[in-house]
Design a protein around this ligand. Structure first.
Ligand code: KIV
Ligand code: ZN
Length: 503
């Protein structure tokens, strides 16, 4: 990783924590395979550091961090650890397969957290922070330290902690506004003061990690960058604990669009932003609001006649960014019924998707042909959904949707008849429901007897038009365990059944 005062001092490091803080959004838990898929997309976007999880939290978290560390080669992979020996050892263990590993250790420094949560004296906190950094350095020379709740900590104490951890070997010091309490002018000033007052501040990269409780996470992060922070911690679509973290796409595009103000830039391939946004949305089932900056469906849509007229005459009259620079395709129709295997493979390769084997390519191509029979124009978004469906099908071979017939008529009770392949054996069931989707889910449940409870059901159109594919996310819960399933099809009842079976 780049160190401060190098020849690239104007680089802004992007630290993505979608897989860790993002996963702390209630209901956004992801499986190991989903995390690896997202990590690979982040790597393709050239994110500098991927925080893959909190290895001590559970065996699942440990395995996910290990799997991401194994799968990712170009980005640094980071694991979170409290300032405790057992946490750091677990993180060090999970990160063993990484090409470039970082341990991120933290302890709270605000008076309220030290007194009420940790029940520790300030001196003990400093001692434990230093011990943690030294232990982490035994695993990697890339160590980040965070004084949790820095945004409500006393400045003198923060300076003392930061000086001590930098002396102990921390190469990045991250200033979290854990509870989203800060406002831009004050947070920027905090970063300026810390850099000026910590005697060894030039020996570490200053980072920020802002929460969005007051809707200020991005503004606070940018204010910090203007005051010398050179790493921003953020998440795709602003996912994260409570109101979320700073949205990666907003931070990156603000810095890039306003190069006149920021004396730094990222090395991200911003054309991958939409792919990452869609992937995270589909895996978590958290839809992106239409008016969301950069990645919302309306972000580049001009409704008013005056705006449309202006944009047609000269794009810059109302557009400050180009839609294609963040991955909205300029020429959105990409393939159709007559496209061959090579065109299919080549378009997916442009999207950064490669197949592990000819068999996997053939399987996805067969699905593509089926889709092209139902839908005239195939867009990049359709291809992405189709490929993630192929991945899901490969991972989840025990249950497969074979056939579905639904009957829905005004005045009649909707019904569904379903055929599933269970461990290779075909099973059939019939059920009634309050609607065709409900009936289909009940029919599936008759066969699989999962005993789960449906927590979330969401449908999003992948592209526009009535022939668009619907992408469905289903979240099921049983005994505290939550799983998500996805499915896509031009028929939303079929997409729903696929999502349920996948979950
Ligand atoms: O919000 C926070 O303080 C965190 C730390 C672990 C960095 O997520
Ligand atoms: Zn956080």
């Amino acid at each position: 990783m780049r160190q401060p005062n190098s020849s690239q001092a104007d680089k802004l490091i992007i630290f993505d924590t979608t897989l860790r803080d993002g996963e702390q959004s209630p209901g956004a838990s992801m499986t190991k395979d989903e995390k690896v898929r997202i990590a690979k997309a982040l790597e393709r976007m050239r994110v500098d550091v991927i925080e893959a999880g909190f290895p001590i939290a559970s065996q699942g978290d440990f395995e996910a961090v290990e799997a991401v560390a194994r799968a990712v080669r170009d980005s640094t992979v980071c694991g979170l650890a409290r300032a405790l020996d057992k946490d750091i050892d677990r993180a060090g263990e999970a990160l063993k397969p990484a090409n470039s590993a970082r341990i991120h250790t933290f302890i709270a420094t605000s008076p309220i957290h030290m007194k009420m949560k940790l029940r520790m004296e300030p001196d003990q906190v400093v001692e434990q922070a230093v011990r943690a950094v030294k232990r982490a350095r035994q695993y990697t020379d890339n160590v980040e330290f965070s004084p949790e709740d820095a945004g409500r900590s006393e400045l003198d104490f923060l300076c003392r902690v930061l000086e001590a951890v930098i002396d102990a070997g921390a190469t990045t010091v991250n200033i979290p506004d854990t509870v989203g309490y800060n406002v831009p002018q004050q947070f920027g000033e905090l970063i300026r003061q810390l850099r000026a007052r910590v005697p060894n501040s030039d020996k570490a990269v200053f980072s920020v990690h802002c929460h969005n409780d007051l809707g200020l996470a991005v503004a606070n992060s940018l204010s910090a960058v203007l005051n010398g922070a050179r790493q921003v911690e953020c998440t795709i679509n602003g996912l994260g604990e409570r109101a979320g973290n700073a949205a990666l796409e907003e931070v990156v595009m603000a810095v890039r669009t306003r190069r006149d103000l920021f004396s730094c830039d990222t090395t991200l391939d911003t054309t991958q932003i939409m792919t990452c946004s869609r992937l995270v949305s589909s895996v978590t089932g958290f839809p992106v609001q239409p008016n969301k900056a950069i990645v919302g469906a309306n972000a580049f849509a001009h409704e008013s006649g005056i705006h449309q007229d202006g944009v047609l005459k000269s794009r810059e009259t109302y557009e400050i960014m180009r839609a294609q620079d963040v991955g909205w395709s300029a020429n959105r129709i990409v393939l159709g019924k007559h496209s061959g295997r090579n065109a299919f493979r080549s378009r997916l390769s442009d999207l950064g998707i490669e197949f592990g084997s000819e068999e996997a390519l053939n399987e996805a191509f067969t699905r593509f042909k089926d889709l092209a029979d139902k839908k005239h124009d195939i867009y990049d978004e359709d291809l992405q959904a189709l490929v993630s469906e192929s991945n899901l099908a490969a991972e989840n071979e025990r249950f497969k949707l074979v056939a579905l017939r639904v009957c829905s008529e005004t005045g009649e009770t909707p019904s569904a008849e379903i055929a599933l392949s269970v461990d290779g054996e075909e099973r059939r069931a019939h059920a009634l429901g309050s609607g065709p989707v409900d009936a289909a889910f009940r029919a599936i449940e008759t066969i699989v007897s999962s005993g789960t409870e449906l927590q979330l059901y969401s449908v999003n159109n992948i592209t526009s038009g009535t022939d668009a594919q619907g992408e469905v996310t289903v979240r099921l819960e049983k005994a505290g365990r939550i799983v998500n399933g996805q499915g896509a099809d031009t028929d939303i009842v079929v997409a729903s059944a696929k999502a349920y079976v996948n979950a």
